[in-house]
Design a protein around this ligand. Sequence first.
Ligand SMILES: *Cc1c(COP(=O)(O)O)cnc(C)c1O
Length: 398
Amino acid sequence: MVKLDKKAAGQDNRTATQLVRGGLRRSQFKETSEAIFMNSGFVYDSAEEAAGRFKGENEGYIYSRYANPTISVFEDRMRLLEGAEAAMATASGMAAVNSALMSFVKAGDHVVAPKALFGSCLYIIEEVLPRFGVEVTLVNGTDLDQWKTALSKPTSAVFLETPSNPTLEIVDIAAVSELAHKVGARVIVDNVFATAIYQKPLELGADVVVYSATKHIDGQGRCLGGIVLGSEEFVEDYLFPYAKHTGPALSPFNAWNLVKGLETLELRVEKQTDNAEKIAEFLSQSSKVKRVIHPGRDDHPQAELAKKQMRRGSTLVSFELAGSQEETFAFLNKLSLVDISNNLGDAKSLITHPTTTTHSSVSDDLKAELGITNSLVRLSVGLENVDDLIADLGEALE
Ligand SMILES: *Cc1c(COP(=O)(O)O)cnc(C)c1O
């Protein structure tokens, strides 16, 4: 059995230490770096041991759909970072979102969410849940009065994302959690844009946190992954039984990528945010740019709330060009360093035109309401030299 080495795993240490050592398990070979346990099953010394394992009488792994040593390292490291009691990794961010909701929401329940959500999350909430008899209320996430009205009757779940994609709106996690708890709702926060480095939803009152680990956690464009974190009660009574039997399991190889990604997460996110702040400032000075949105700036419409619940802004900058969609496309096409791609949180700077890509399935009315215009672009700032990035953006704006 590959046992958790509590001393080497730095259980009681600070974030930087936990990101490098959290959950570390070493095999009998005493490897320095985390091993990849690329196996589906495990063997037992006897039939009795196998029987005992299935009855939960002896500890150990059974099958990689349930648990696997490399995946356990990733889950423990994330659990320590997030300050959560328990966690379960999944094959993608969407598998995490889907499992978090499907594991406990049932027919007749009421679910509340803001309209400004990642497209696939909106699909689950707007299209899938109602098919199973779940009533859904969508609100403007920045308007507490709308939350109050929606949460005036028994509700089983609130699902929210903050800052939101792509307009970087902020939802007040503490205020919404308080309203939600009064009517019995479990609050699930999609923390992809903020990352655990800047925002700790559980400390703010939320009950469950979900991630697309594909984004900042890998941060190097190598694999998909996801994770759900929450209380022991939630993970053991709802999430684990559901996931174990429906199979959104993460590959051990991808878990290993994510474990190695976590080692540099804080460094990358801080540096990418430094770059993002400088780029936002540069863009705000350009006559070709109508509006710059970055949660770390004083001109963000909810700057105060952003400061209250996030340690820093974001690695993302959204901005609206002073021009048509055609001119916006010309700007994207002229970029030579920044790549056109809908991924985010990557070491490489990536830019996307949300209205024709990530949000192309959203209705025109809702796009207008959310401020997703034809000239809005979302820039995920990477680790390149910031002066090179500014030169590239500057030339393309000309
Ligand atoms: C990318 C993303 C997801 C989905 O994650 P995948 O790993 O692509 O499945 C969910 N929520 C947000 C906010 C995202 O950015």
